[in-house]
Design a protein around this ligand. Structure first.
Ligand code: SF4
Ligand code: SF4
Length: 91
């Protein structure tokens, strides 16, 4: 199965609760903004005031942003509620 076909079997069931919260106030003092280039889904966007705009809806739940973030308490990372988030189907 091709990568595109495999990805077409993935559902993103968006939960009402954001499973990742980003504190843009902390991000303003961040010099690397590593999340912007590290997130494979491109969900972190720098804002003109030096903060970060984050959209959790297409998150793969890979955890990369949480691991590379150097801002203390900038990211609050949890799993989505049951039945929400990334849902993989096989076959
Ligand atoms: S790496 Fe962390 S502190 Fe820096 S901009 Fe991204 S989320 Fe904010
Ligand atoms: S968990 Fe992965 S896909 Fe989701 S926001 Fe963080 S880096 Fe991006």
């Amino acid at each position: 199965m091709s990568f595109d076909d495999r990805m077409a079997t993935v559902d993103f069931r968006v939960g009402e609760r954001a499973h990742i919260m980003v504190d843009s106030d902390v991000c303003r003092s961040c010099t690397t903004k590593a999340c912007v280039t590290a997130c494979p889904a491109n969900l972190f966007a720098p804002t003109s005031d030096g903060g970060i705009l984050f959209n959790y809806e297409q998150c793969f739940e890979c955890g990369t942003c949480y691991m590379i973030c150097n801002g203390e308490n900038a990211i609050r990372w949890t799993y989505p509620d049951g039945g929400q988030g990334v849902v993989f189907r096989r076959g």
